[in-house]
Design a protein around this ligand. Structure first.
Ligand code: DPP
Ligand code: ZN
Length: 852
């Protein structure tokens, strides 16, 4: 398969201002009639070329008459005389047989669509590119019993009954949109209905559509939607523009959710929540994703992307917006910790490996492979840095200008930067390098103190590492929030935003009498790796006394990380400083329990691995477990106290109650790690008495690491209680895939043969196989059985669902990071994948690039 290059972009040869679609819906066979008004764009004599994949073509007409055409290689080419025509096609598709979950497909008896990025071509012939914007009128016909509800984009126009127990409905969407935002849903659904009054006084009808049994789990999504609508008016001045907004939940979905105009389609895991089945983290994720998709109505739909290389234009910006929203609604400090954790777990390794690519990529083979942590999460960090550089007010002026200037058009990342620049007067010329250069910059910070002169000097040096196809890099502007504290008094000498623009910069600070301690990249103001030579005592100081919560968390993480890296590389380490720092945090009455719970958690095994030259999964596991058990042991009475003080409340979804639940399970984890007396019984009691999923899953997640009868009891009971609930059953698979037990690799292989393991359901695949690849010790089992298992899974899933298969491949691409034996076994799996006949384009690209 050939690569597509950003530099080759050309405007579309034909525009399609108006589209009328007519669907005769049925699972086995759906007929799609399309009537396109096409217009020649520019001075050329090229024929009309429409994309189409897996479509059975029945007829083609131009201006009402059967027309000459060529149907070959996923395209329909039609010569057109003149500059305008009406082109009609009729095709047949089979939604029930669509396992890729792209285009029109069936999920649990519901017919639904997913068109981003290039799924519309699997529904009808069309110029399937985001810079062709059309007004849609859509008519659906279907069996009235099987599909009583018929939804599409925009507003309903009319509906009626037909012969043979069928009915029809027609919808129109007045806003021109690219075809990737097209959607329809037909199914036996019920709605949680509500309304929202916009700031200009228009009433919007809101509906969250689910299967009948799930209606009781839609309240949180509805509250989140209304909060998001109000927030976008208040913070960005963005008002909703149609009379109706619908969300539909489906069980089989490749992504998290999709922002189709007026008709968002969601993976049910980001809609359904009640205390018995969803954890606090699930509630937060529902709110975050509902907001994200809603925010796309402006950042994505009203202003869309010119081409798919610009994907971060909508995704990076919208992730930043949903992060701000969640921070405003809950604990901003904990939200920032979560976001940075996600960035470091997924994006930093991507940026350091064979699949590294810029936030605005230069080429791709299959665009589905570029819905990555780099485009989404690093993209959001870029927006966040511009927000810091401009300040909130000028940033808002910039986004206002951007929305004004580009409303109704398909824009580029460059357009966004230019609007911010024009509105603020701040030069972002160099900042644009962040869009074009891959790799995580490293900043080395060395602070020296001249006590006699009352002066401190900070030297900052940056390097941007080489990445595939980009051997040499220019320095990028790095906004760093920096503070200095007096070692003895704790007094803050200075607190400011420094812009490191050059390769090296020197900063002088006056009036620094006592020895200063450096706090840097506060709030994680830039997505970089900081290297300092701060001593253990300095980190302990910051973890207790820094007034920036993120910096406190970060100092503790650094302390833990250094301890673990020392233990792994030398065989032992002094655990005392970490234990004392945790003691300080744990016993500080001024701190929020939610924050305490996050900051006393050790970095993951994978994160420790990212800081080693050669990852030794077994040694990392052993060192981390030793530290965990010492922390549990030394602070046993504090953990018991924390456990007791955060127990025994009835469920409530409030920040305080969430924090208490979080701390309770973290405390339990340390007691379990230390083999404290009665800990497994405490865990089982928590499991059995819980009135909510957070406590129940928390207990199970701890028990599952142990070798106790309580483990068996809890796993069995959980399965019995929830076997009919797919989203909760996913959790049952996940906790076992994440187990730290030695036998996890074999348990996971056995679970893949469990009757409830469904290859066709992406959530289930991710719950077991995806989670397993995140379990460093188990996946990298020295036998290579983990690699073999993953290779088998990828090859089994690829023919069904290439997107889901391809997303499992990057785990194997980390082969350079491991010892020779493991590395060779990982490469062998990649080679086996590449050698497989009829491999998808998705898997081919990921596997060949991963081999490097
Ligand atoms: N555009 C979707 C999102 O919201 C992904 N298909 O990220
Ligand atoms: Zn998005």
């Amino acid at each position: 398969p050939a690569a597509i290059h950003r530099a080759d972009y050309r405007p579309p040869e034909w525009l399609v201002p108006d589209v009328e679609l007519d669907f005769d819906l049925a699972a086995e066979r759906t007929r799609v009639g399309a009537r396109l008004t096409v217009q020649r764009n520019g001075d050329h004599d090229a024929p009309l070329r429409l994309d189409g994949e897996g479509l059975k073509l029945i007829e083609v007409k131009v201006d009402g008459k059967p027309a000459e055409h060529l149907h070959a290689q996923d395209a329909l080419t039609i010569p057109i005389v003149g500059d305008e025509a009406v082109v009609e096609t009729l095709v047949e598709i089979a939604p029930g047989a669509n396992t890729q979950l792209m285009g029109l497909y069936e999920s649990g008896g519901i017919l639904c669509t997913q068109c981003e990025a290039e799924g519309f071509r699997r529904i009808t012939f069309f110029p399937d590119r985001p810079d062709v914007l059309s007004r849609y009128r859509v008519r659906m016909h279907a069996d009235k019993i099987l599909y009583p509800i018929l939804l599409a984009n925009g507003d309903p126009v009319a509906h009626g009954d037909e012969e043979g127990g069928r009915h029809w409905a027609e919808w129109t969407d007045p806003f021109p949109k690219p075809c990737y935002l097209f959607a329809l849903v037909a199914g036996d659904l019920v709605a949680n209905q509500d309304s929202f009054i916009t700031r200009s006084g228009r009433t919007v009808a809101l509906g969250i559509w689910v299967r009948e049994g799930d209606i009781g789990k839609t309240g949180h999504a509805m509250e989140s939607l209304k909060a998001a609508m109000a927030w976008d008016e208040r913070v960005y001045g963005r008002e909703y523009d149609l009379a109706m907004f619908n969300i539909v939940a489906v069980a089989d979905f490749n992504f998290g959710a999709m922002e189709n105009k007026g008709l968002n389609i969601f993976n049910s895991r980001y809609v359904l929540a009640d205390p018995d089945t969803a954890t606090d983290a699930d509630y937060d994720a529902v709110a975050g994703v509902v907001a994200h998709e809603y925010f796309h109505n402006w950042s994505g739909n009203r202003v869309t992307c010119r081409d798919w290389f610009q994907l971060s234009l909508k995704e990076g910006f919208t992730v930043f917006r949903d992060q701000q929203f969640s921070a405003d609604l809950g604990s901003a400090a904990v939200k920032r910790i979560d976001d940075v954790r996600a960035l470091r777990a997924a994006q930093f390794p991507e940026d350091a490996g064979p699949l590294a690519h810029p936030v605005r990529p230069d080429s791709y083979i299959e665009i589905s492979n570029f819905y990555t942590a780099t485009v989404y999460n690093k993209g959001a960090e870029l927006i966040r840095m511009m927000h810091s550089l401009l300040g909130a007010e000028k940033f808002r002026a910039g986004t206002d200008l951007y929305f004004d200037r580009h409303d109704g058009t398909a824009a580029t990342c460059e357009d966004f930067a230019k609007a911010l620049e024009d509105a603020s007067g701040i030069d972002l010329a160099r900042f644009r390098r962040w869009y074009s250069q891959a790799g995580t910059p490293r900043v080395r910070a060395s602070l020296t103190h001249h006590a006699g002169e009352g002066r401190a000097r900070l030297v900052l040096e940056q390097t941007v590492p080489a990445t595939p196809g980009q051997p040499r890099k220019a320095p990028v502007p790095i906004p760093l929030k920096i503070a200095l504290f007096d070692e003895l008094t704790g007094q803050k000498y200075t607190d400011r935003l420094v812009l490191l623009e050059e390769k090296r910069q020197d900063l002088l600070f006056e009036g620094i009498g006592g020895r200063p301690i450096l706090s840097i990249n506060r709030d994680f103001s830039a997505p970089v790796i900081i290297e300092t030579d701060r001593k253990v005592d300095d980190l302990a100081f910051l973890s207790a006394r820094d007034d920036n919560p993120f910096a406190r968390y970060e100092a503790m993480q650094q302390l833990m990380l250094e301890t673990l890296v020392t233990a792994v590389s030398t065989g032992s380490a002094d655990h005392k400083p970490v234990i004392e720092a945790i003691r300080q945090t744990l016993t500080n009455p001024a701190m929020d329990p939610a924050f305490i719970a996050e900051s006393v958690l050790l970095p993951t095994e994978a994160f420790v691995g990212d800081h080693m030259l050669v990852v030794d999964p077994d040694a990392i596991h052993a060192a981390r477990e030793k530290l965990r058990s010492d922390i549990g042991d030394e602070l046993e009475s504090q953990w018991r106290a924390a456990y007791a003080s955060s127990s025994a409340n009835r469920f409530e979804y409030s920040p305080a109650a969430k924090g208490a639940r979080r701390l309770r399970t973290v405390a339990l984890g340390y007691l379990m790690a230390a083999d404290a007396e009665g800990a497994p019984a405490m865990a089982l009691m928590q499991f059995e008495n819980a009135d909510n999923m957070t406590d129940r899953q928390g207990a199970l997640g701890n028990l599952v690491n142990s070798d106790t009868t309580e483990r068996q009891t809890a796993l069995g009971a959980f399965y019995e209680r929830y076997q009919e609930n797919p989203l909760v059953l996913d959790k049952w698979f996940t906790v076992q895939a994440l187990s730290m037990r030695e036998d996890t690799v074999d348990k996971v292989a056995a679970l893949a043969r469990h009757p409830d393991f469904l290859l066709a359901n992406p959530n289930r695949v991710r719950s077991l196989v995806g989670a397993f690849t995140a379990n460093q010790r188990a996946f990298h089992h020295r036998s290579g059985r983990g690699y073999r298992f993953l290779g088998d899974m990828i090859l089994t899933i690829d023919p069904l669902n290439p997107q889901t298969a391809a997303r499992l491949i990057p785990a194997l691409g980390r082969w350079r990071r491991f010892d020779e034996t493991r590395g060779q076994m990982m490469k062998a799996e990649l080679e086996r994948i590449i050698a497989t006949p009829n491999l998808s384009r998705d898997a081919f690209e990921q596997a060949t690039k991963s081999l490097g």
